[in-house]
Ligand binder design. Structure first.
Ligand code: C2E
Ligand code: MG
Ligand code: MG
Ligand code: MG
Length: 283
């Protein structure tokens, strides 16, 4: 008899595949999420969590990465990997991304110490070209955050399509004094080409390569060492993502990696607890 999918295929036409129950459920699920997402900011369901980035040598907090959080009234926390892709598919990431940037810059401007804030931006935003750069400039002006305290994290996907507009956007933002970090380095298929295409200020090595450090994955250690060597050659600082153990930190220190981020130092949450440690003692 075969599965419903096989029968649909046999009966000819891709159209029938649409009726496969699992796919239909998935499509309905996505539409529901999309509708709820449209109202999430105005309903006060979105927030920004902050995760510290530390100096590998001293463990001092250097800045925070801003990570979007969506608490859905019925579903609970929806992972950003899920709702960001929905927002990218229907274009609402443009407004949501601007909201996140504004929240992060406004909050960082109020911190008692001038640490940097790193904000993730979607390729969909950056591909808008100069319009994107103008948006960043407006947000900095509105919030009063000095451009030198802002980092934008982009994944290498950003330079794959619409390269000219994306390059122009990144160049303009960088000319303001904002730093650009290449996020999740090593996970795409064109990492080296991306490094060549744009003058990044920082490279973030994806946590999948950090995972095996200190625990015995000779391959992960080789990859991290190679990335550090490459970055050193290019004069770029490297951030290791997903550092969870002292052993991993020890390897990173031995390999002179500049910065680290991960549960070992703090989970995403309010920035206040970490800032208290960094703030000069009250008189
Ligand atoms: P990312 O930019 O690579 O962010 C790092 C992710 O690793 C975060 O997941 C963080 O919570 C997680 N992480 C940090 N340290 C550790 C660790 O020690 N162990 C483990 N297992 N995980 C760790 P999160 O918050 O779920 O975010 C996932 C992705 O969603 C982010 O990956 C980023 O690509 C995207 N994202 C989050 N906020 C935004 C945003 O405002 N705009 C855009 N465009 N994307 C965002
Ligand atoms: Mg990031
Ligand atoms: Mg990352
Ligand atoms: Mg990552």
């Amino acid at each position: 008899a075969g599965t419903a999918l096989q029968r649909a295929k046999a009966s000819g036409g891709r159209r029938s595949v649409y009726y496969h129950p699992a796919m239909e459920r998935e499509a309905r699920e996505r539409r529901a999420l999309e509708a709820d997402l449209a109202a999430a900011v105005s309903q006060g369901e979105m927030s920004v969590a902050y995760q510290p980035l530390v100096d590998v040598g001293t463990r001092r907090v250097l800045g925070f990465e801003a990570l979007l959080r969506w608490r859905h009234p019925a579903r609970g926390m929806v992972p950003p990997d899920v709702f960001i892709s929905v927002a990218e598919a229907n274009g609402s990431i443009v407004a949501l991304g601007e909201w996140a940037l504004e929240q992060a810059c406004a909050e960082a401007a109020r911190w008692p110490v001038p640490l940097f804030v790193a904000v993730n931006v979607s390729p969909v935003q950056v591909q808008r070209g100069p319009v994107f750069a103008e948006m960043v400039e407006r947000v900095l002006a509105r919030t009063g955050l000095p451009p030198a305290r802002l980092e934008l994290e982009v994944t290498e996907g950003v330079l794959i399509r619409e390269t000219d507009a994306a390059l122009e956007a990144l160049r303009r933002v960088r000319a303001l004094g904002v730093r650009i970090a290449l996020d999740d380095f090593g996970t795409g298929y064109s990492s080296l080409a991306t490094l060549q295409a744009f003058p990044f200020d920082k490279i973030k090595v994806d946590r999948r390569f950090v995972a095996g450090l200190g625990g015995g994955s000779a391959q992960d250690a080789t990859i991290v060492r190679a990335v550090l060597g490459l970055a050193r050659g290019l004069g770029l600082p490297v951030v290791a993502e997903g550092v969870e153990t002292e052993e991993q930190l020890e390897v990173l220190r031995a390999e002179s990696c500049a910065e680290a981020q991960g549960w070992l130092f703090g989970r995403p949450g309010p920035a206040a607890a970490h800032l208290a440690l960094e703030a000069p003692a009250a008189a």
